[in-house]
Design a protein around this ligand. Structure first.
Ligand SMILES: Nc1ncnc2c1ncn2[C@@H]1O[C@H](COP(=O)(O)OP(=O)(O)O[C@H]2O[C@H](CO)[C@@H](O)[C@H](O)[C@H]2O)[C@@H](O)[C@H]1O
Length: 592
């Protein structure tokens, strides 16, 4: 295929422009120049292998894109592309226990689609169940490394799959092969989780240096996105283990906080296991508040991996704006609020997007009948099918309320437990899907046996049924005590299911309270956000929603329609992440 003359002209223009920009920058900022490449892209064809064609393997690649609008209206746009390394404990569809898996399974794809080179590093879990087939397409890249930690040299291997424009890199070690879920089994959390995720972090720091994915390593000029406590050792390792030897001087790290309530806290004596130099204790060292100590001689000394990332990462992102503020307060900061407040200038909130391919009522393979915002009639069939599946009487006039989530203090399940005896007096049907705290699981089973024709407690982690509940219900209840972003309310709105949520964190940011009088009486809003967090205010909001469903059909249709029309794709969030990457590279590494 030959080049058109216009392409050649634009190409020459771009080369000249690049040379000019390069010399300008030389005069101003020599250290930035070291990791900036100007690449002229005449045409952006499909990616081959893992190195997008026309790219240079570097931390930051400035790509001159020819933007073609109307004929004669061609202009050159600068786009900076990065080598991005996600480090996470889970990524869907390979492994998922909650929203972290959803985000790390879809944000990398959105960033790759925007031109970045993206790798996701996470464990190769095998628990002896059919879930193991999720890893079947990954191949052993025949690269074994030895990691110095926990008193010896631990050998890990890497597996790799290139899918949807992303390098999925699986860290392999026997500690990830055992029955149970990703973090524990019926006896509780695995006792060696600190070991398992220390290995992950060390391996993730090596991956860009040693893995020739598609023939080229990512190299050390990259940006690490470290998710939650499991990946939090990465920025500490960059600062303590690599930069003193001149490695990763041009890399940056961003801590992404999905949930501050889990911090990876272990006794202080375990510091020696982490593979950090002895004089770096201060980065991860932490002292419990007095009230949390267990006995009079307890000094409260501990290592806290998330705290280590808060003090060493170049920037911090939380998964909604509301939550980024909440974590700087004593109510929401879980003991880290003062530290987080001190880093306020590099703390941003970016609301999660959702995987709009997996969660699309017009093509969802799990639901009984497809529908869309332009034709919602199929939703009725989904409701009938769900009522059948749950053994409820088939009644379209009866509001069907759902709850999906981990059975955990965070999700406000205790509030539902308190409210159910009253709620069951009303003419409603209520389904709860969740697994977690055994005391809530038992309560769901008992409640189902007491209110057989109107309450179902589905105790399991089951993705297909979560889709069917999202599609078949009229209302989704989320009384979360705190919610960094929340995904189920986003899925619900996309499926025309109206959310009733506690007004907190990402729920407050994404669910707009219904106002029947707005827009000259046409109404506005996408659901109900109640406050304070009490049984009474939750019941009041739920009953208001139920009354609107029963008595104000056009208002209800408006609520459904506005929810379904919301833009919740990842592209918008990915663009905001790009802004944060740019800011991260403007500054020198926070700890150099
Ligand atoms: N029993 C079950 N069966 C099937 N699917 C189930 C299930 N229980 C939960 N899920 C699924 O797991 C995901 C849960 O995501 P959330 O964002 O609501 O919460 P989570 O607290 O895990 O995530 C944390 O990280 C995410 C991502 O940043 C933040 O949105 C959130 O606020 C934060 O607490 C959803 O996809 C949901 O459908």
């Amino acid at each position: 295929m030959g080049l058109a003359l216009t392409d050649v002209v634009v190409g020459c223009y771009s080369i000249i422009l690049s040379i000019l920009m390069l010399s300008c920058m030389k005069a101003t900022n020599a250290s930035t120049i070291a990791n900036v490449w100007f690449v002229l892209i005449l045409s952006t064809g499909p990616h081959e292998g893992t190195v997008p064609s026309g790219y240079v393997t570097a931390g930051r690649i400035e790509k001159m894109e020819v933007v073609k609008g109307e004929p004669g209206d061609e202009k050159t746009k600068k786009k900076v592309c990065y080598n991005i390394v996600f480090v996470t404990a889970e990524a869907a569809p390979y492994s998922k226990t909650g929203g972290l898996g959803d985000v790390c399974g879809s944000l990398p794809i959105a960033l790759a689609a925007r031109g970045h080179r993206v790798m996701v590093v996470f464990p190769r879990y095998l628990n002896g169940t059919p879930a193991g087939k999720n890893f079947a397409a990954a191949v052993d890249v025949d690269c074994h490394i030895k990691i110095p930690c926990f008193g010896g040299m631990q050998e890990v291997a890497f597996f790799h799959e290139y899918r949807a424009g992303v390098d999925w890199v699986f860290v392999d070690h026997p500690c990830y092969h055992r029955p149970g879920n990703l973090y524990g089994d019926s006896y509780g959390a695995f006792r060696d989780n600190q070991f398992r995720f220390t290995l992950l972090c060390h391996a993730a720091c090596e991956a860009p240096l040693v893995l020739p994915l598609g023939g080229f390593t990512y190299g050390e000029k990259c940006i690490f996105l470290v998710n939650d406590w499991h990946a939090s050792l990465v920025p500490v390792l960059l600062a303590a283990k690599y930069r003193p030897y001149g490695v990763y001087k041009d890399a940056r790290s961003i801590l992404v906080i999905h949930n501050l309530s889990h911090q990876g806290v272990e006794p202080a004596v375990t510091y020696k296991n982490l593979g950090l130099p002895s004089d770096w204790y201060g980065a991860v060292g932490w002292v419990y508040p007095t009230w949390a100590r267990t006995h009079a001689l307890d000094t409260g000394e501990a290592v806290n991996l998330l705290k280590g990332a808060v003090v060493t990462a170049d920037r911090i992102v939380t998964v909604s704006k509301g939550y980024s503020w909440e974590i700087t307060t004593s109510e929401g900061g879980y003991g880290l609020h003062e530290l987080l407040y001190s880093r306020k200038s590099v703390l941003d909130g970016i609301t999660n997007g959702i995987d709009v391919t997996e969660w699309d009522p017009s093509s969802d393979v799990h639901i009984a009948c497809s529908y869309s915002k332009d034709d919602v009639t199929g939703k009725v069939n989904c409701k009938i099918a769900l009522q059948k599946e749950l053994g409820f009487p088939i009644r379209l006039d009866c509001p069907l309320v759902g709850f999906i989530g981990r059975l955990d203090y965070q999700k406000g399940v205790d509030l539902i437990l308190l409210a159910v005896p009253e709620l069951m007096q009303d003419d409603i049907q209520f389904v709860m899907l969740g697994a977690g705290d055994p005391k809530f699981e038992d309560w769901m089973r008992v409640t189902e046996s007491s209110y057989g024709d109107k309450f179902r407690g589905w105790v399991e982690f089951n993705v297909p049924i979560s889709h069917r509940i999202t599609a078949g219900c009229d209302i989704l209840l989320m009384p979360s005590r705190f919610e960094p972003c929340g995904l189920n309310q986003l899925y619900a709105m996309r499926y025309g299911t109206v959310p009733v949520v506690h007004c907190t964190g990402g729920l407050r940011d994404t669910v707009k309270n219904f106002d029947p009088y707005a827009q000259d009486g046409k109404g506005d809003g996408t659901g109900w956000a109640f406050s304070p967090l009490s049984k009474e205010s939750m019941l009041e909001a739920l009953r208001l929603a139920i009354r609107t469903f029963r008595e104000h059909k056009s208002s209800w249709e408006g609520l459904m329609k506005r929810g379904m029309e919301r833009d919740c794709s990842w592209d918008n969030a990915a663009e905001q992440y790009e802004q944060v990457f740019e800011w991260a590279f403007i500054d020198q590494p926070y700890i150099s």
